[in-house]
Design a protein around this ligand. Structure first.
Ligand SMILES: [Zn+2]
Ligand SMILES: [Zn+2]
Length: 161
């Protein structure tokens, strides 16, 4: 019973998938036709009838990708070691673009700094904890002394009778 039902469902699903696939493939081919004409080789945007750039190998570039490419080719210098390179070679570290070597150095030193801060925080926490424990012990002593005094006075009163 359950078997037959699931078979039916499978059959339906298969038919549905086949239909959808046929539909998709026809849609794909029409899109493919558009893609093969004029699209940006970087972001794939359709540049047909729009402002576009063409590189030496005949690929199209949309204006924004072209601008980004131009920007990345501009000369730049690493602010840490002064090495000359293009903007594309620089890697951003916390808002500053530096060369990959300096990026590594910055990351290593920031990790050391973080570790140092963590160690200090840990130290402070341990001190607080120690203080708290001392306070607890002192309070325990006070309570013991009060109990002892109370016991002694009761004992004293009983002994006097
Ligand atoms: Zn583009
Ligand atoms: Zn550098």
């Amino acid at each position: 019973m359950a078997k037959a039902q699931s078979d039916d469902l499978d059959g339906l699903a298969a038919d549905d998938a086949a239909q959808r696939k046929r539909h998709d493939s026809s849609a794909d081919s029409s899109i493919m036709g558009a893609i093969s004409s004029k699209t940006c080789c970087v972001c794939g945007v359709d540049v047909h009838g729009r402002m576009r750039y063409k590189d030496s190998s005949g690929r199209y570039w949309c204006p924004s990708c072209n601008e980004k490419d131009q920007m990345s080719r501009q000369p730049a210098a690493c602010p840490d070691c002064n090495a000359a390179m293009t903007r594309a070679d620089l890697v951003e570290f916390k808002g500053t673009a530096v060369c990959p070597q300096c990026w590594e150095k910055r990351r290593a030193s920031s990790r050391r700094e973080e570790a140092r801060i963590r160690a200090i925080e840990e130290e402070v926490r341990e001190q607080e904890e120690r203080k708290r424990r001392l306070k607890m012990i002192a309070m325990g002593f006070v309570v013991l002394i009060v109990i002892w005094l109370a016991a002694m006075s009761v004992f004293w009163l009983l002994a006097r009778k």
